[in-house]
Design a protein around this ligand. Sequence first.
Ligand code: COA
Length: 262
Amino acid sequence: MIAANDRVLYEVRDRIARLTINRPDKLNALDRTTMESIDCAVAKAGDDPAVGVLLVGGAGEKAFVAGADINELAAQNPVEGTAYARAGQAIFSRLEGLGKPSIAVIKGYALGGGLELALCCTLRVAAETARMGQPETALAIIPGYGGTQRLARLVGRGRALEMILTGDPIDAREAHRIGLVNRVAPPAEIDQVAEALARTMLSRGPVALRYTLQAVHEGLQMTLAEGLSLEAALFGLTCSTEDMKEGTRAFIAKRKPAFQGR
Ligand code: COA
């Protein structure tokens, strides 16, 4: 395991990059140093052609991430608070725009900035013991790293508003029921579940994964007509790849395809 620095661990094995937020004594709370380290590790995963999928997790069993660091938050004035939110949003948006699938592996608490981090991942898996919420209103602030926007887009306005306005966390089963997480498993099995999801995606055409992410993320910010136009253009691009020829040939020959990512 390579330490990007001691706040974030980063390693790559068999095309899967693993980013682990490593501040377990503070339940992996996100202070500035940790945020900057996340940004560096995400950039590394994006730049490395050997990486096909990124797994994001927290050190220890107790927390994925228990939120932005409240000690830092407490010292913000209005101008600093806006800049703080914008800087964090930019880091999380770079994760969302990685161009490769990412999976948040949630064990224990994913609260506030922790849930917002998970919302920027492509998929989320949770241990049965996980608890997820946006408790900011209990501190008399609102989510600032994208929670008011991405949570509502993922689970719908009513459920997002309930979670943010009450601040009450939900358990993994409820998160699965409302579509906040994609898989739930016992804590001892959740890493394998995440890895299996990653391996499935790694077996698919990498360019097709990239364009799917682009079509869905950009398309959701467009009108339906514009989104369909983007989809058609990207579909046409996939028709020009070597991988498309390999994928269709392999199907006809009844063998597994060997994709090159071009
Ligand atoms: N920022 C800074 N420190 C945090 C933190 C956060 N968001 N969340 C937890 N910690 C620290 C605690 O201060 C404590 O540090 P200490 O041992 O030096 O006192 C340590 O992590 C362990 O947390 P603790 O509260 O003792 O654990 P717990 O099991 O009793 O409670 C939580 C767990 C998650 C319920 C509780 O830590 C909590 O409510 N955290 C804040 C969640 C939140 O509001 N997040 C949104 C922030 S905008």
